[in-house]
Design a protein around this ligand. Structure first.
Ligand SMILES: [Zn+2]
Length: 480
């Protein structure tokens, strides 16, 4: 009996020491995928863009962590909702209107049926053709942010439909998770607070007083309840085996101080009261006057509320600026303050790092504390004109700061997440291990609850095994 047991134990030990046939195949598939990928971005040669596009469309991409819901919807979808809401599009201004004066205002379907009209509309409602046509060009940053005003009248309608469309698009490109910046956070205005803030005199006592006032504001509290109701209704039936969605409410940084404060208050409240609202954000053009003037104040607001709600996570747009856009002093502290003052867990864009006062110390902190940057290559190229070797992802990469690739506003940029990976690979020639890590990191650095995170990481293992097997087999067939 004893001998038998010893023999079984020995056999088990031998089996464990030998890799199983399955594991051997998996390793061989991964090696073949590595070799194939290296051939697509070989140094000194033009990147094979069509192959890269196919590769990244097929490659499992964990999550998109910097994703604005309204900017992700394509204009064609908004035109459908124009008709559904009984609205029309002004043929001269391309704005959405309520009434229909004969001939001047047409249906979304009419726009879709008129190729010239549609082309003209897309030049206003998105970045499409910006570099092909001179006629309607405003500066690119204005062009980008102005698109939102065009589709704003319908962007908060049909949200359940919108989320379903985004889910289908995600599945189509093998993306399993989106953390979307969804709908403006409930807001209230307080004239006295604004006056005091503009005079430079608000303190934490004023924050506390305004918080107490908002607590008793029925309309404000009702709006918070309806935000939750909207998340429940719009998101019903979204999460399943293939796809998971989480939400972040946002404050608009160019509004008045009390409006921004109230939005940050409601965002914290939302994030601490609903399991699918996983973080808070602040968005809007950072280079405009009010955003720049109040930046430090906004960080104080986050600091104050973070101390009240320590478990709420912050993903803050910070440093979405370039030299020349604002005076140089404005480029020196946004990322640092988002981390050191506000307590951000992730940084959106982080574009001005090279201009900040102590970039090496900030990057060391980001590396040690695992605070990633959400990198949005297309958006940064268009809005800030920063690309190739001028993009600070080159610094984050060199100095060990974690980062993830994300889309920002795929409907405005008319791109998708696979396209962002293509751009990254073509520009920076990573190896396969690096892009695979980027995919995993986009789940690791998500604000998902831990069990969900583990579930998605495990699913990613299976998806990569399948993907690598497919690539390896295709390369064998192609005689590589
Ligand atoms: Zn953004």
């Amino acid at each position: 009996m004893k001998n038998n047991l010893t023999a079984i134990a020995l056999a088990a030990a031998v089996l464990c020491a030998l890799p199983s046939a399955q594991a051997r195949d998996a390793n061989a598939n991964e090696e073949a995928t590595k070799r194939h990928f290296a051939s697509l971005v070989a140094p000194g040669k033009a990147p094979k863009l069509a192959e890269l596009t196919m590769f990244f469309t097929m490659m499992p991409k964990g999550g998109d962590l910097h994703h604005h819901y309204s900017g992700a919807i394509y204009a064609e979808q908004y035109l459908e909702w124009v008709d559904k809401e009984g609205l029309c599009v002004n043929k001269t201004t391309y704005t959405i209107e309520k009434s229909k004066p004969a001939g001047a205002c047409v249906s979304g379907q009419d726009v879709m049926n008129d190729n010239t009209l549609l082309a003209n509309l897309l030049q206003r409602w998105s970045d499409k053709d910006f570099y092909n046509h001179g006629a309607v060009q405003s500066p690119p940053d204005r062009q980008f942010f102005d698109t939102f005003a065009y589709f704003n009248p319908v962007s908060s309608t049909n949200t359940a439909d919108g989320l379903q469309r985004l889910k289908q698009r995600a599945i189509q490109e093998n993306l399993s998770y989106i953390e979307t910046i969804f709908e403006i956070a409930p807001i209230a205005k307080d004239e006295d607070f604004d006056k005091k803030a503009l005079a430079g005199g608000v303190t934490e006592a004023d924050f506390a007083a305004l918080s107490a006032k908002l607590e008793k504001d029925q309309a404000f509290q009702g709006w918070i309840a309806s935000y939750i109701d909207n998340v429940n209704k719009s998101g019903a039936g979204i999460d399943d085996e293939q796809f998971t969605l989480r939400y972040q409410p946002f404050a608009l940084r160019f509004l008045s101080p009390s409006q921004v404060y109230s939005q940050i208050v409601s965002s914290f409240k939302l994030a601490s009261s609903h399991p699918k609202i996983v973080g808070v954000n602040i968005v809007g053009q950072e280079s405009v006057n009010v955003s720049m003037r109040d930046y430090a104040l906004h960080m104080q607001m986050f600091k104050f509320l973070k101390s009240k709600y320590p478990s709420v996570k912050l993903a803050l747009h910070a440093g979405e600026l370039s030299l020349g856009m604002v005076p140089p002093e404005g480029l020196t502290f946004h990322i640092k303050d988002a981390i050191d003052v506000a307590g951000a867990s992730r940084i959106g864009h982080g574009m001005d790092i090279a201009h900040e006062s102590n970039p090496l110390a900030i990057m060391k902190k980001m590396r040690d504390a695992r605070i990633p940057v959400e990198v949005n290559l297309s958006s940064n190229d268009f809005i800030l004109g920063i690309k190739e070797q001028a993009h600070p992802v080159t610094l984050y990469r060199k100095y060990g700061v974690p980062y993830v690739l994300s889309t920002d506003d795929a409907g405005v940029s008319r791109n998708n997440l696979s396209g962002e990976y293509v751009l990254y690979a073509a520009r920076y020639q990573p190896d396969y291990a690096e892009v695979k890590k980027l995919s995993y990191d986009s789940i690791r650095y998500s604000f998902l609850a831990d069990p969900d995170k583990q579930r998605l990481l495990k699913a990613l293992d299976g998806k990569f095994a399948k993907f690598e097997a497919e690539i390896a087999a295709a390369q064998t067939r192609a005689g590589r």
